[in-house]
Design a protein around this ligand. Structure first.
Ligand SMILES: Cc1cc2nc3c(=O)[nH]c(=O)nc-3n(C[C@H](O)[C@H](O)[C@H](O)COP(=O)(O)OP(=O)(O)OC[C@H]3O[C@@H](n4cnc5c(N)ncnc54)[C@H](O)[C@@H]3O)c2cc1C
Length: 468
């Protein structure tokens, strides 16, 4: 069967776009998790289709031969969703990387393999903003981001989710048919819009081959920062911002003191004396942006910060922002370990308590408690990332256990606070959480939906089942 598969795939994509190299197959089946790939799940091959028609042919062949297809953008998702658990075809989207900015239509269209940062840069040149901003934006693909509906650093209360800007999609269904959803107008569909199945669809229901998004005009910005002696008043400042109905900022990040120390040192700046929060107000002009930022700052000032001020020095802001944006890489360099990170999301009234629990995240966990917890996150979206770095010399079982414990504790906390992850997708390692949080009935509903779209369970099997 394997030989027939490879021959037919080569006929579809051409010899140069199929790889049997062990290196490529291993690389394309790994993800950021700190453990190795089991040899028994090694993909048969990787393929690089160049069009929706080729993807359609691949899916038809996979259904005929009953071979799983694992779609992969850049493989950076943090739920295990881009790690196969059985042999199959890894379909890489990176050749699908074209874009069209149609200013006269008020939207742009892009293929899924395009990197997020490239699209953001192109839009910026034309006075527009791409409303998705993950720390991984230099590598993360648009297809991966749409399938997680991840807004990352941008605050939902200000900017919404990427899906709110998506006007339509082109999708190859798991059975190979090609469909278009949505509109070429600027008003999104009222009522049933099939786009919704694929936006945040965890790669379960179809392969997105084109994304159409509304153009968002750039705005003016004003930057603020506050430093506290502890995390609790910082959390209370965020609560106050919402309670006093200050305009939510576009970005609002925090770093615990030890994380800020590492970030500042990398940037050759004097570290702050405590945890810091920094935020970006936006407006039609500079005055409006500054006023909005000031209203947020006022909320923090009422919680007794060591320091709260506007940042007008653009160089200072650029250093601070870039230090936070790629903090995971700096921490990896500083610790020499591989990242294991949780996403704890609080409800609004219990933010200070949830922050304490995020600080004590690893308490009582047999393996994770051996590691230091580096805490930071998108606090304007009530999101905290307890982060750990696993030493590469740990035995494989122990590295796996660290990941397991991380997802267990994340699930406990998000169930406790009645929330869920707002980034990275809902299944894979999070499937047990989904069942705990929403119940068997909700989970069975998703399984039935999956069956309708993908009767042979060909596309990304294992994600929904939580086998990743
Ligand atoms: C260092 C680092 C920093 C990060 N920072 C952030 C952050 O700040 N905020 C945040 O939200 N996330 C962050 N992430 C995780 C983030 O979820 C991913 O980077 C991104 O969403 C996934 O993009 P990708 O191209 O790597 O997708 P992949 O990992 O390749 O794929 C993700 C899922 O989407 C599916 N998929 C991919 N393309 C398609 C397609 N065209 N059609 C159908 N399904 C598809 C895959 O099958 C998989 O299930 C970070 C990750 C890392 C490693």
């Amino acid at each position: 069967m394997e030989e027939k598969l490879i021959t037919r795939l080569a006929e579809i994509v051409g010899d140069e776009y199929i790889s049997l190299s062990p290196f490529e197959r291993i690389k394309s089946a790994l993800d950021p998790f700190p453990y190795d790939l089991s040899p028994e799940v090694l993909p048969f091959c990787t393929v690089l289709p160049g069009s929706k028609e080729e993807i359609s042919e691949i899916m038809k062949l996979a259904n005929e031969l009953k071979v799983p297809v694992f779609v992969r953008g850049s493989g950076t998702v943090l739920t295990g969703a881009s790690r196969p658990h059985e042999p199959g075809i890894v379909l890489l989207t990176r050749r699908l990387n074209r874009f069209w900015i149609l200013e006269d239509h008020g939207y742009f269209e892009a293929e899924p393999g395009l990197r997020c940062a490239e699209m953001a840069d192109e839009l910026q040149k034309r006075g527009c903003f791409l409303p998705m901003w993950p720390g991984s934006k230099v590598v993360a693909s648009l297809g991966g981001l749409v399938n997680n509906n991840t807004s990352a650093h941008t605050i939902d209360a200000c900017a919404g989710k990427p899906g709110d800007y998506i006007l339509g999609l082109e999708v190859v269904l798991p059975t190979g048919e090609i469909i278009e959803t949505g509109t070429k107008g600027l008003r999104r569909i009222a009522g049933m819009d099939l786009s919704k199945f694929f936006i945040g669809g965890d790669g379960l229901l179809g392969i997105v081959t084109k994304i159409r998004m509304r153009l968002v005009p750039l705005f003016k910005v004003a930057y603020g920062i506050a430093v506290f002696d502890r995390l609790e008043p910082l959390a209370k400042g965020v609560q106050r911002m919402y309670l006093e109905k200050a305009p939510p900022p576009l970005f609002m990040e925090f770093m615990a003191k030890d994380v800020a120390e590492i970030a500042y040192r990398v940037k050759e700046m004097e570290p702050p004396p405590g945890p810091i929060v920094f935020f970006v107000g936006i407006g039609g002009d500079e005055e409006e942006a500054r006023k909005k930022m000031e209203r947020v700052m006022d909320a923090f000032r009422k919680e007794g910060p060591i320091e709260a001020r506007q940042i007008t020095d653009l160089e200072e802001w650029a250093k601070l922002w870039s230090a936070r944006e790629v903090i995971a890489s700096y921490l990896m360099d500083a610790t020499g370990g591989k990242i294991v990170v949780a996403e704890v999301v609080s409800n609004l009234p219990q933010l200070a308590q949830c922050m304490r629990e995020a600080e004590d995240f690893s308490q009582g966990l047999s393996v994770l408690s051996e590691l230091h917890n580096y805490l930071f996150g998108h606090i304007g979206a009530l999101t905290m990332h307890p982060t750990f770095f696993v030493p590469p010399e740990w035995p494989e079982d122990k590295r796996r256990q660290a990941v397991k414990e991380c997802f267990q504790r994340e699930a406990e906390l998000n169930v406790k606070y009645g929330t869920c992850g707002g980034e990275w997708g809902q299944f894979g390692k999070r499937t047990p959480f989904f069942i705990k949080r929403y119940g068997e009935t909700a989970y069975n509903l998703v399984r039935q939906i999956k069956r309708v779209f993908d009767p042979n369970n060909i596309l990304n099997p294992g994600i929904l089942e939580g086998k990743r």
